[in-house]
Design a binder for this molecule. Structure first.
Ligand code: HEM
Length: 167
């Protein structure tokens, strides 16, 4: 039996803040979609870009799924199954982002986050396999924080979701 199975339900204080940030990002992104759909901006947008659709298919479920995994009991079979699914979504988020370029048409500073995620996810899984539970928890929590912050940054005026939200 590994250590995680006995870690109980209590969400560490730091994870509570990270989950709250993820929930706020998810709510604001939903609002941006609702606003964009209502105003017709989604229909007129670059949603025909396949990379963007694939990127959103990865990141949008990763937000609530990651929050749920962080908030619930750790170490059981469901934690491992949902954690693997979240890991796949995060790898897909990072890989699809290389098909997306900003206004200059070249890679941007956000692509550094994609590289970090491509390193962090396999590292987090490896740490769990080696039963280095505290290090595993830290890596996965920080990666989720990266997801939530990246989500919030997509709402800035000038970025696609930002133009839907503030139009
Ligand atoms: C909920 C979280 C996220 C949402 C809703 C989201 C959404 C988007 C959208 C709509 C774009 C198109 C560009 C624009 O916004 O104007 C984009 C671009 C991009 N995303 Fe994400 N994303 C999220 C998380 C992530 C994560 C976790 C990564 C890294 C692993 C990432 C990496 C990128 C990169 C590198 C670009 C291209 C940016 C540029 O070159 O200007 N995104 N994302």
């Amino acid at each position: 039996m590994n250590d995680l199975a006995h870690s109980g339900y209590a969400i560490p204080r730091r994870d509570r803040l990270i989950v709250t940030l993820g929930v706020i990002a998810g709510g604001a992104i939903l609002l941006a979609f609702a606003h964009g759909l209502a105003s017709g901006a989604v229909a007129r947008s670059s949603m025909r870009n396949l990379w963007l659709v694939l990127h959103l298919v990865a990141v949008l479920p990763a937000l609530p799924l990651g929050a749920y995994v962080l908030a619930r009991r750790k170490g059981d079979a469901l934690h491992r199954a949902l954690g693997k699914l979240w890991a796949v979504l995060m790898l897909a988020a990072a890989l699809t982002s290389f098909g997306l370029r900003g206004m200059t048409g070249s890679f941007s500073a956000i692509h550094l986050l994609s590289i970090v995620v491509l390193v962090m996810i396999p590292r987090g899984i490896l740490l769990a396999r080696r039963h280095r539970i505290e290090a595993h928890r830290r890596v996965m929590s920080l990666t989720y924080l990266g997801l939530a912050v990246a989500g919030l940054f997509t709402l800035l005026p000038g970025r696609l979701l930002g133009t839907w939200l503030f139009r």
